[in-house]
Design a protein around this ligand. Structure first.
Ligand code: MN
Length: 491
């Protein structure tokens, strides 16, 4: 069967970013009037810069900074962008490129090109920022800049406020913009959802392609290669949303396997379970999908047991998700469904409520149930207001504790892993040893783990699963045996 695709990369209307700017403008104006502050000042963001590899002239492929991408959709490095809160005018500032750029890197585009391409009111050069903003300023005193400064609660790093020469000629506000702009990114517009859907469609198709080609004897990185090729070849996706995790055998219990020190380089063996967490990014917006299945295409009874425990948790959460539901409750629901299954199958023993009190769920699922998804894989806004992080195992790893709301895109990714570093202490602890059927748990030594991850859009009354991969064991085994996907239900 020749490799091909039913998909082509869709054109993305630049209105997407124009609407994002309008959303911010409305939010910030609303906030300023609520706090009885004047409706003027400039939102000023600095776009990303190209990065060299250490001291060399090797330049990594540039990917725009996410907040800047959200508001302006600019793919080139070195830009600044401003929004005039008084007038709503949007202004892009392009770097003034040297003449030799035309020799090495191609045509130097005129300002009119950027004005049209990015649908802004006007475009200037970055060395004109001070003059342009002073001329635009209608009020008295120094012009006011709203700069982006705030904590990313996933990375614990701070966004970098715009810097430029002569910034001393301005008043700056470092606290207002970040929470407002971040909150804008938490719910997605229809145009954003369409892009995330395409990233999901092409990534789902690529996962199926990997599923069809996986064989014992291959290297893990060959699965990564098939995925990346498919999403780039047929989806135009130059970037993945994150480093591909292609974990097989015992590696599937390493949550973020695939990094430079563990570069997806194990040889697949018959009888292995594969855990493949891969997602492509399209026009800045990402996807985040995990499939778990046996390398040889046939689930053993123990593999089925763990897989179905996780699938039941995944499906239970998706059935329960709707606006107003607490993400903490969803995490606990997933834990409970997994513990119920492990008890039913004789791996655990005792009362599941008591197990929950002792936080046994976090022994098998030490990560959070999922996270907001958008321009960043871990999209910001998880802890913007309301409750602080919970300190308990498992729950402390939650990337949000919010109630879900319509328009959020969030991943649902329960997992069940046999991680010695967690199991051994729990099986030895006086509080929890009684819950384990030690002999049954022993069967899972070196098993690794299962994760099932889908991207879900919260709708008015429920949710929609944007990920379209085989999930039932019967579907996976059929597709791995050569059946088309989606399965032809009629035949
Ligand atoms: Mn994820």
């Amino acid at each position: 069967m020749a490799t091909s695709s039913s998909l082509t990369p869709p054109p993305v209307p630049i209105e997407l970013h124009l609407r994002n700017r309008e959303k911010l403008l409305n939010s910030i104006r609303h906030h300023l009037s609520q706090s009885s502050r004047p409706l003027h000042g400039f939102v000023l963001l600095q776009g990303g810069e190209e990065q060299n590899r250490y001291d060399t002239d090797h330049v990594d492929v540039f990917r725009q900074e996410s907040y800047f991408a959200y508001l302006f959709g600019v793919r080139e490095p070195g830009f600044y962008g401003a929004i005039d809160i008084a007038t709503g005018k949007s202004i892009l500032f392009s770097p003034r490129l040297p003449a030799e750029y035309a020799v090495w890197l191609g045509e130097i585009k005129p300002l009119s090109y950027f004005k049209e391409r990015y649908m802004v009111s006007v475009a200037y050069y970055t060395d004109e920022i001070t003059k342009v903003l002073q001329d635009e300023w209608q009020a008295s005193g120094k012009p006011l800049l709203f700069l982006l400064h705030g904590l990313n609660t996933d990375s614990d790093k701070f966004s970098k406020p715009a810097e430029f020469q002569e910034i001393d000629n301005f008043d700056t506000d470092l606290t207002t913009l970040h929470p407002i702009l971040t909150e804008c990114r938490v719910t997605k517009s229809d145009l954003e959802i369409a892009v995330i859907q395409f990233a999901n469609d092409i990534s789902s198709e690529a996962h199926v392609e990997v599923m069809r080609k996986v064989r014992a004897g291959m290297y893990e990185y060959q699965l990564e290669s098939i995925f990346v090729h498919h999403t780039y070849m047929y989806g135009g996706c130059r970037h993945c949303s994150y480093t591909c995790i292609c974990a097989t055998g015992g590696n599937s219990a390493v949550l973020h396997y695939g990094h430079a020190a563990a570069p997806n380089d194990r040889t697949l063996e018959d009888g292995d379970l594969a855990l493949l967490d891969m997602g492509a990014e399209y026009n800045f917006y990402g996807s985040d999908i995990t499939c778990s299945y046996p390398v040889n295409g046939k689930f053993t009874s123990d593999q089925s047991l763990i897989y179905n425990a996780v699938l039941d948790a995944h499906n239970a959460v998706i059935s329960a998700l709707k606006p107003g539901v607490s993400w903490v409750d969803m995490h606990k629901l997933a834990e409970k469904v997994i513990l119920d299954s492990l008890k039913r199958e004789g791996v655990l023993d005792g009362n599941v409520g008591d197990m929950m009190v002792e936080q046994l769920g976090a022994v098998f699922m030490p990560h959070g149930l999922g996270h907001l998804l958008g321009i960043d894989t871990h999209d910001p806004g998880g802890y913007l207001k309301g409750p602080e992080r919970i300190k308990e195992p498992g729950l402390k790893s939650l990337r949000t504790t919010r109630q879900v709301q319509e328009g959020m895109v969030i991943t649902v990714e329960p997992g069940c892993y046999f991680i010695d570093a967690l199991l051994v202490p729990a099986m030895g602890s006086p509080n929890t040893t009684k819950f384990f059927n030690h002999e049954a748990v022993g069967r899972f030594k070196g098993f690794g783990g299962v994760r099932i991850e889908s991207d879900v859009l919260i709708t008015a009354n429920s949710c929609k699963n944007m990920t379209k991969v085989p999930r039932e064991i019967g579907e996976i085994e059929a597709v791995m045996a050569g059946a088309p996907w989606p399965l032809d239900k009629a035949s």
